[in-house]
Design a protein around this ligand. Structure first.
Ligand code: AMP
Length: 212
C-alpha cells in the first residue's frame, strides 16, 4: 500500500484536478466527509487529508510515502527525510515580513511574531538582526496592533489580510508554491509504484515543473 498525504484547504482544491488528470481519484467526497483517509480508484494507493504543517512529518517518518504541501511548510520543517521532485506551481503566495507603516525599525532587538519560527530565525540572522521570536498559531496580523511584536512573518497572497489590519509587507523571504515530496526510503523500497505515481503527475504537469 502506498500513501499520499494531501493538505486540506486551498492546496487540496488545487491539487485534486491535477491528481484526477494523472488518473488518481479519491473514493468519496474529500471536501465534505469527516474522514481523514480515503481509498482511491487505484487499489494500492490511499490518500490522507492533513494540515499542511503535518505533511512533512508524516512523509519524513514514512507514515506517508508521498505528500503535497506548501514550500513554506517544507522550509519551516527543514527538509529531512524526503526528496522534493516536483513543483506543482499551485497555491502560490509569498512568505514575507510585515510591519505597521511609519514605525522605525528596531535594530537592537526586533520582536517578531510568526508560526514560521525556524524560517524567521534564519532570515533575520542572515540580515544580522537580533530578534526575539514569538510563536503564534494564527492571527499573526494582530500582534503588531496589540504591541505583542514589532514585525510578523506570514504568508501574503493578495495582501488584503495585511491591508485590513493596516500592515504593509516589507521583505520577501521566499516565493511559495506547493511541492510533491517523497520519503527517501519509499523511493528506494517501493521504487516502481512510487515512481509510477510521480511520473503520472509529472506527465500532467509537463517538463517545466521539476523542483529547484
Ligand atoms: P491575502 O489576504 O490574499 O494576502 O491572504 C493572506 C492569508 O491567506 C494569509 O494569512 C494566509 O494564511 C492565507 N493564504 C493565502 N494563500 C495561501 C497559501 N497558498 N497557503 C497557505 N496560506 C495561504
Amino acid at each position: 500500500m502506498v500513501t499520499l498525504a494531501l493538505t486540506k484547504g486551498r492546496i487540496l482544491r488545487e491539487s485534486l484536478p491535477i491528481l484526477r488528470e494523472a488518473g488518481i481519484c479519491p473514493v468519496g467526497d474529500v471536501f465534505s466527509s469527516r474522514k481523514l483517509m480515503f481509498a482511491t480508484n487505484i487499489q494500492h494507493l490511499r490518500l490522507l487529508i492533513l494540515r499542511g504543517v503535518d505533511v512533512p512529518t508524516y512523509v519524513q517518518f514514512g507514515a506517508a510515502d508521498l505528500g503535497i504541501t506548501g514550500k513554506d511548510q517544507l522550509l519551516e520543517h527543514g527538509g529531512q527525510g524526503y526528496y522534493e521532485p516536483l513543483d506543482l506551481k499551485i497555491a502560490t503566495c509569498r512568505l514575507m515580513t510585515a510591519v505597521l507603516p511609519n514605525v522605525e525599525v528596531r535594530f537592537d532587538r526586533t520582536v517578531v511574531a510568526t508560526k514560521y519560527i525556524n524560517v524567521a530565525r534564519k532570515f533575520y540572522a542572515g540580515l544580522g538582526r537580533q530578534t526575539e521570536l514569538i510563536k503564534l498559531y494564527g492571527a499573526m496580523e494582530l500582534a503588531p496592533l496589540l504591541d505583542l511584536s514589532d514585525e510578523i512573518v506570514d504568508i501574503v497572497d493578495t495582501g488584503n489580510t495585511l491591508a485590513a489590519h493596516g500592515l504593509v509587507a516589507q521583505k520577501l523571504i521566499a516565493n511559495i508554491s506547493s511541492r510533491l515530496i517523497v520519503n527517501k526510503l519509499a523511493m528506494k523500497g517501493n521504487f516502481t509504484v512510487v515512481n509510477e505515481i510521480i511520473n503520472s503527475i509529472r506527465n500532467v504537469l509537463g517538463s517545466d515543473y521539476e523542483a529547484n
